[in-house]
Write a protein that binds this ligand. Structure first.
Ligand code: BV8
Length: 266
């Protein structure tokens, strides 16, 4: 095993992280918007591009905004659907998919579980399974009234438009809404419990690309740490969780994860 120094870490921290990662048979990765940033998907903290730059996403991603103006909020989601369809998983997503395949010294399998706050499908398109989409998914739509799943076409305008009528439910005729969790809404049934069980049952929790501001997701690293699990943050910036992790790795997802997995593969 070559003594690799991971980009963005001091040699001693790099050795420590590699030691923990090599010994970790059960790894849970908690990802936020920064995981998809290098694919070209804007994070929540960075001003949305173009038409939406003057709107605060945390004000748009609410039941109140939807009730107030469905066509305005639907246009934002249709734009995001088009954006995600037009990008690819980045090297960080692909590295996580490879990590799951790195054999355990006795030839067994490592267990890599992904819990994401992201509503895109880039982990899945990179070949990973996602244990929990804590905040729902941009690829799932349902009737706002009878909750029938909607699997019809989602028309994405060629150019961003400020208003777009949402599709209507085939069963009851009411408006179709995105299958995401808005601020003030409960998480999908059981999602948080599944995520908490995963961090409790881990040798290593890696927190990638989240500002750690949105609860209850932001409480998962503390749960891990309180349970004696090693917690590492991978984020180019300091965040709300930085003081509460064992190693704060100031690197990007696509910069750090491929280097870490390559070191595990040697
Ligand atoms: C809940 C889906 C129980 C939608 C999202 C008052 C009333 C009601 C609730 C609350 C309240 N006060 C507080 C709450 C709780 C609230 C909350 O936490 N609010 C915050 C703002 C204080 N939470 C909720 O409402 C949750 N539900 O609590 O239910 C309940 C119910 C009713 C009443 C009481 C309690 C539901 C929250 C889910 C919201 N939905 N998304 C959509 O996408 O449209 S949240 C959305 O924003 C994302 O999913 C994500 O979770 C969050 C953004 O956070 P991040 O992912 O961290 O992204 P961010 O942009 O912030 O940061 C990016 C990071 O990446 C940065 O650190 C950056 O440095 C880093 N980065 C950048 N580039 C890279 C990088 N890292 C690595 N590599 C790079 N290249």
């Amino acid at each position: 095993m070559t003594d690799t120094t991971l980009p963005g870490l001091e040699p001693a921290q790099s050795r420590r992280l590699l030691e923990v990662a090599r010994a970790a048979r059960r790894v849970t990765v908690l990802t936020g918007a920064g995981m998809s940033a290098e694919s070209g998907v804007p994070t929540f903290r960075v001003a949305q591009s173009g038409l939406w730059e003057r709107f605060d996403p945390t004000m748009l991603a609410t039941p109140e905004a939807w009730e107030a103006d469905r066509e305005f909020v639907w246009a934002w989601y249709a734009w995001r659907v088009g954006l995600v369809r037009g990008v690819e998983p980045n090297a960080g997503h692909l590295a996580l998919a490879r990590w799951a395949e790195v054999p355990w010294p006795d030839g067994g399998r490592r267990q890599l579980r992904i819990v994401t706050q992201n509503v895109d499908d880039l982990h899945e398109r990179a070949g990973s399974q996602v244990l929990a989409h804590l905040h729902g998914s941009l690829t799932a739509f349902r009737c706002e009234a009878c909750e029938s799943p909607y699997d019809g076409a989602i028309d994405v305008p060629a150019e961003p438009v400020e208003r777009l009528p949402p599709p209507r439910c085939a069963s009851c005729g009411e408006a179709v809404r995105p299958g995401v969790v808005w601020f003030g809404e409960m998480l999908p049934e059981g999602a948080f419990d599944v995520a908490a069980d995963a961090v409790f049952d881990s040798d290593l929790v890696l927190v990638v690309g989240t500002s750690g501001l949105v609860y209850p997701a932001a409480g998962l690293p503390d749960l891990a740490r309180g349970h004696g699990v090693a917690v590492v943050e991978l984020n180019p910036e300091r965040t709300e969780v930085s003081e509460r992790v064992d190693i704060a790795w100031r690197q990007t997802a696509a910069g750090g994860l491929p280097a870490l997995v390559a070191a595990l593969e040697t």
